[in-house]
Design a protein around this ligand. Structure first.
Ligand code: ZN
Length: 194
């Protein structure tokens, strides 16, 4: 089931999300709904707060990045199969020289800005069956995880934009907050909520 995506300005996007326990009701359905919602909006990642649920859970499918011909065949192959469910993740290590990439967010339509992040991360998390895993990720895969991890900490990529660019996106963000945006997918605006 496709759910509306919470827009910038909703307080749920600013909360530090809560741990998910193994008895969380209808978790399988929730995960499926999150994938459906993400695919419908042509996203590569979606965190639970973005559908209004303040839980430490996000889904990723980086397959669309595999079409980028500028990348090596190895990276394209890896990204084509990089699909995961992350429950209660912890980024335990971030290393390497910061690199810049143009990010976007389904909760912040039509805003794209360069963000600096570390290229190498180690993450412990539980998968959709609550099996504990520790994995190392690099490059774009790491980038998507870092972006989604920020969501469960109440951080948005626009918080990481600095200087003049931050000033330049101010009006765009305000327009999203008050519902003056028309993405191709259904959104939920805090301002319009009863
Ligand atoms: Zn996002």
């Amino acid at each position: 089931m496709i759910l509306p995506i919470v827009a910038y300005g909703d307080p749920v996007l600013r909360e530090v999300a809560e741990t998910v326990d193994a008895n969380y009701p209808l978790l399988k359905e929730l995960i499926q709904n999150m994938f459906d919602t993400m695919y419908n909006a042509y996203g590569v990642g979606l965190a639970a707060p973005q559908i209004g649920i303040s839980k430490r859970l996000f889904v990723i499918d980086a397959a669309p990045f595999a079409d980028d011909e500028a990348k090596s065949p190895e990276e394209r192959k890896y990204l084509s199969t990089f699909k995961r469910v992350f429950i209660n993740p912890q980024i335990v290590e971030e290393t390497g020289e910061l690199w810049e990439f143009n990010e976007g967010c389904l909760s912040i339509p039509d805003v794209r800005e360069n963000v600096w992040r570390h290229p190498d991360i180690t993450v412990t998390y539980q998968d959709e069956n609550f099996v504990l895993k520790t994995e190392h990720f690099t490059g774009l895969a790491a980038r998507v995880i870092q972006h989604e991890y920020d969501h469960i900490e109440g951080i948005l990529f626009t918080d990481r934009v600095t200087g003049l660019r931050k000033q330049l996106i101010k009006n765009k963000l305000e327009n999203i907050r008050i519902g003056k945006t028309r993405p191709e997918y259904r959104m939920r605006y805090a301002k319009l909520k009863k």
